[in-house]
Design a protein around this ligand. Structure first.
Ligand code: NAD
Ligand code: WQD
Length: 347
């Protein structure tokens, strides 16, 4: 079985490529390396013993994408990760986000139709729910008006897939991720934030390693037990495993509808302070932090109702918060070693 993984050198894509290869799938990655590095392929090979096939191009290039699909019409299923994902940047540059995230999706769907490829798994996000009225948030919770162009591209992408599947021989699984963190246990792949990280986990590890002076905790006056905001953090390897199950479900025709939606979270909410405490406990490293005002656009609390995904996919996130924070730290240490050895070589 041949699986196209778009964005496969990126954070979640690389972990999923590993899990797919370990289950015996043939993986072909397409990535333009706009937010990832070619070395990821070597590291996937180190973990799995096999280097995935790779083509570097921009999926917004319609002609190139069409030629790619003609060449690889034997693809059995697609996992579409490739997208821009920085919420704040999307507010600054909305058209860049709409163009990249929507045009690449449309080119892929066209390639599927033209080459009779039936199956697609799409990376969606819990951001589609905004601040839910009821917690935990189930797949049937209402989709709230997006406050960022990024979030809007996820809502629109889900709709584009639904309407396209309605009138074509296409089935889809939309996976709404909560907050993926952590890294592969080998510490050979992980998240590679370019510039100053926006997200909590890489900011914590970069602070602990000395790249950042201190973590800014955005708000401690929320209506939560310790006053800091609550999220459902999920280990990226648990997330990756759910993709393999989604692929199997489609290939084995086990789906109950043409387009299915699943939340991927642990079902547990942790506050920012709890994540900091977990980091300090699991690594033994003390973290500098300061309490600041709230960050605009942040929701107070959100965590997933996992019942549907657990039952239908037979999947459950297994890793604890301490395993997540420790693996993120080991990955940061790997990155640090790499920087040090590059500096030594440059001398
Ligand atoms: P990432 O940036 O690490 O990976 C995305 C990859 O796609 C990168 O390697 C990038 O180079 C590539 N890419 C982007 N645009 C492309 C294009 N036009 N053509 C070819 N390649 C392109 O991001 P990630 O964290 O692995 O996220 C993967 C997917 O999951 C994205 O769709 C993201 O929106 C979604 N998601 C991520 C999170 C999260 O917190 N990381 C949460 C929910 C949903
Ligand atoms: C988590 C918590 C912050 C950084 C984002 C996207 C969302 C989805 C997941 C893609 C919040 C606090 C953070 C820092 C902090 N991605 N924090 N100091 O905002 O839940 O979700 O990633 O689809 O769309 O918006 O994740 O990691 O940025 O923040 O105090 O330096 O950590 O305020 O409470 P978020 P995050």
């Amino acid at each position: 079985m041949k699986i196209l993984v778009t964005g496969g050198t990126g954070y979640i894509g690389s972990h999923t490529a590993v899990e797919l290869q370990e289950k015996g799938y043939e993986v072909i990655i397409v990535d333009n390396l706009s937010n990832s590095s070619i070395e990821v392929l070597d590291n996937i090979a180190l973990i799995t013993g096999k280097r995935p096939l790779f083509e570097q191009f921009d999926l917004t290039d319609r002609e190139h994408t069409a030629i790619f699909f003609q060449k690889h019409s034997d693809i059995d299923a697609i996992i579409h990760f490739a997208a821009f994902k920085a919420v704040g940047e999307s507010v600054e540059k909305p058209l860049m986000y709409y163009r990249n995230n929507l045009v690449s999706l449309m080119n892929i769907l066209q390639g599927m139709i033209d080459n009779r490829i039936r199956n697609i798994v799409f990376s969606s996000s819990c951001t589609v729910y905004g601040q839910p009225d009821k917690l935990p948030v189930s797949e049937n919770s209402p989709i709230k008006k997006a406050w960022s162009p990024y979030g809007n591209t996820k809502q629109m992408s889900e709709e584009i897939i639904q309407f396209t599947a309605d009138v074509n021989d296409i089935q889809a699984i939309l996976l709404r991720y909560f907050n993926p963190i952590g890294a592969h246990e080998s510490a050979l792949i992980g998240e590679l934030p370019i510039g100053v990280p926006n997200c909590l986990m890489p900011y914590i590890t970069q602070t602990a390693i000395g790249i950042r002076e201190y973590l800014r905790v955005w708000g401690d006056d929320y209506p939560t037990p310790d006053g800091t905001a609550i999220r459902d953090y999920i280990h990226v390897v648990d997330l990756a495993k759910a993709h393999v199950i989604a692929i199997e479900r489609m290939i084995e025709q086990k789906g109950k509808e043409k387009v299915e939606v699943f939340n991927l979270g642990t079902g547990n909410g942790f506050s920012v302070m709890e994540v900091i405490q977990s980091f300090e406990r699991s690594t033994g490293v003390k973290l500098n932090y300061q309490i600041m005002g709230r960050r605009s656009g942040d929701v107070v609390e959100v965590w997933s109702d996992t019942e549907f995904a657990n039952r239908e996919l037979g999947w459950k996130a297994e890793k604890t918060l301490d395993e997540m924070t420790l693996s993120a730290w080991k990955w940061e240490e790997t990155l640090n070693q790499k920087v040090k050895s590059e500096k030594r070589k440059a001398k």
